[in-house]
Design a protein around this ligand. Structure first.
Ligand code: 1PX
Length: 215
């Protein structure tokens, strides 16, 4: 078939990778977590180059985690739980101020974790939106309730400008490539509990180890 067809983004596939994230004992597999983010970034890239500075940062963070996964200590990075244990036990995390471990797996993952909360809030708004809802408003509200609280003014400003050029709801649903708006809504209803569970488990893990504010 056409190459363009093969490259066509499909949100369902992305959400399926988030399904693979949880082990039977509710540990989070880093490999699938990272794959989920990769898919989301592909989606972001479909929306245009204005989002380049966002996807660049996300790709950079994903790469840091992938390097750990593929590195000599890779077996310690199979799940978030094993990563946290390994990095903490070996003093590989800057806990209060940035030092020699400014790119630890723990602090890097925390940034993506905060972004996952944004995603959860945004998708919930999309799910319950109506035809005349504005994606830029939904995105902005979700951002202000989550990630914005961790970003300096310059980043918030740049993010706000990027949100303004988001496509409208209908075009946005089309890029998702799921089907009719009703099918999109149904898929979101299925996906959200999953994303939310992965978020909650990560949040608990970080809270338990007092790591929600890693520099
Ligand atoms: C069906 C909808 C799917 C939408 C998928 C969109 C995927 C978006 C992926 C966003 C990933 C953002 C990661 C941001 C991580 C972060 O907070 N980094 C900052 C802190 O890192 P540091 O190492 O310095 O401590 C960093 O400063 C960030 C810089 C880039 C700007 C981040 C703006 C984030 C806006 C998130 C909303 C994305 C809007 C997409 C619209 C659909």
């Amino acid at each position: 078939s056409e190459p363009s067809e093969n490259q066509k983004f499909c949100l369902q596939e992305v959400l399926d990778t988030f399904k693979l994230c949880l082990s039977d004992s509710k540990e989070v597999y880093l490999e699938h977590y990272v794959a989920g983010w990769r898919g989301l970034i592909k989606f972001l890239n479909c929306l245009g180059s204005v989002f380049g500075f966002i996807s660049k940062d996300a790709v950079n963070k994903i790469q840091i985690l992938v390097n750990y996964l593929n590195g000599e200590n890779g077996p310690h990075y199979v799940t978030m739980q094993s990563m946290v244990k390994y990095e903490l036990e070996n003093d590989l995390v800057d806990l209060t101020k940035r030092g020699s471990h400014s790119e630890s797996g723990c602090r890097t993952l925390l940034r993506l974790h905060r972004a996952l909360r944004w995603l959860e809030l945004f998708l919930e708004r999309l799910r319950t939106s109506t035809e005349d809802s504005k994606t830029s408003n939904m995105c902005c509200e979700a951002y202000n309730e989550s990630l914005a609280q961790h970003h300096p003014w310059v980043i918030r400003k740049a993010a706000g400008m990027a949100f303004c050029v988001l496509p409208g709801r209908a075009a946005f649903f089309e890029v998702m490539n799921v089907g009719t708006p009703e099918q999109v809504v149904a898929m979101l209803g299925e996906a959200l509990p999953l994303i939310s569970e992965v978020y909650q488990i990560t949040e608990e893990l970080y809270k338990e180890h007092n790591m929600l504010d890693l520099p």
